[in-house]
Design a protein around this ligand. Structure first.
Ligand SMILES: CCCn1cc(-c2nc(Nc3ccc(C(=O)NC)cc3)nc3[nH]ccc23)cn1
Length: 303
């Protein structure tokens, strides 16, 4: 590793020991490995994302994801560790810190009965801070969803999977994609569904959907896709789903308030889901509003 500049650790394939699967991301699967150059099981556990080259994803896309993650230094974003080349540089893997508690969805499902409103608000404020940091570098995530949030500890979550992340050009306030690919449309803002336009304000819309997932305990029975499809009607198929989705959003239908969700939190979601992107709050404002709700919640608890 000495020959490689510090910020780009090079992991040798032969010392990367596969242990188990961790999950699926954009463009590839993530595995738990132990990097064990001494061969005595004292090496550290790492999460390794293997590029799954298919029609959608190319090595070029993956290289962009690696480059993106390698410049992000934030407590609320999963840490980059380095890369591992195999098949002579024909294929590469992204090496990241291993987060032991896994995805937010699994965590909320398994700990449903001892997760307080306070903890959900703490997680929400951490995701908000991670997004605020991304915005300072002009990155739009484009795939902010509970499935892409990982749990580092009982009081810390991190944003993961930057496969769809793009940099907004300096002379514009949004990014236009040409190849929508398989899009997570139920997390998409109207302008993203209708015109493939992505901005910090479309990430704010998705953040509102993540708030909804959080306060629904990431319950599969009331996840955004299921709730939207109930409203649209399961008979609708294929490309017209996005047209129907765009219509109900235009007619001001929104995801219903989750059971036991505090009214102030639901009103935050509604702000994120303003049809016109310039009426949505920015992540800084959202972060401040969440801190205020936490403060009020703390005072009420004392009172
Ligand atoms: C975000 C979508 C792609 N993705 C990334 C990861 C990932 N997982 C984990 N830890 C993890 C995962 C699952 C479980 C588990 O118990 N499952 C039943 C326990 C620990 N650490 C990670 N560091 C960087 C990425 C990453 C998983 N999927």
């Amino acid at each position: 590793l000495s020959s490689v500049p510090h910020n780009q650790a090079l992991f040798e394939e032969r010392h990367l020991r596969y242990i188990s699967p961790l999950g699926k991301g954009n463009f590839g699967n993530v595995e738990l490995c132990r990097y064990d150059p001494l061969g005595d099981n004292t090496g550290e556990l790492v999460a390794v994302k293997r590029l799954q080259p298919n029609k959608q994803s190319t090595l070029d896309d993956f290289q962009k994801e690696v480059n993106t993650l390698s410049v992000l230094h934030c407590d609320y974003i999963v840490k980059y560790r380095g890369v591992c080349y195999s098949m002579g540089r024909l294929s590469m893997s992204l090496v990241m810190e291993y987060l032991p508690h896994g995805s937010l969805i699994g965590y909320m499902d398994n700990n449903r009965h001892n997760i307080s409103t306070r903890l959900m608000l703490l997680f929400a404020s951490q995701i908000c801070k991670g997004m605020e940091y991304l915005q300072t570098l002009r990155y739009v995530h484009r795939d902010l969803a509970a499935r892409n949030i990982l749990v580092a500890s009982d009081s810390l979550v991190k944003i993961a999977d930057f496969g769809l992340t793009k940099v907004i050009p300096f002379d514009k306030e949004y990014y236009r994609v040409t190849h929508p690919g398989e899009s997570p449309i139920f997390w998409y803002a109207p302008e993203s569904i209708n015109e493939s336009i992505f901005s910090h304000k479309s990430d704010v819309w998705s953040f509102g959907v993540v708030l909804h997932e959080l306060f629904s305990y990431c319950d599969i029975n009331c996840n955004p896709k299921r709730l939207f499809m109930q409203e649209i009607g399961h008979s609708v198929q294929g490309t017209s789903i996005s047209m129907h989705l765009a219509n109900i959003l235009k007619n001001n239908w929104r995801l219903p308030v989750p059971p036991a969700c505090p009214p102030k939190v639901y009103s935050l979601m509604k702000q994120c889901w303003k049809y016109n992107f310039d009426e949505r709050p920015c992540f800084t404002t959202l972060g401040n509003q969440i801190e205020t709700i936490i403060q009020d919640d703390r005072e009420n608890a004392k009172g």
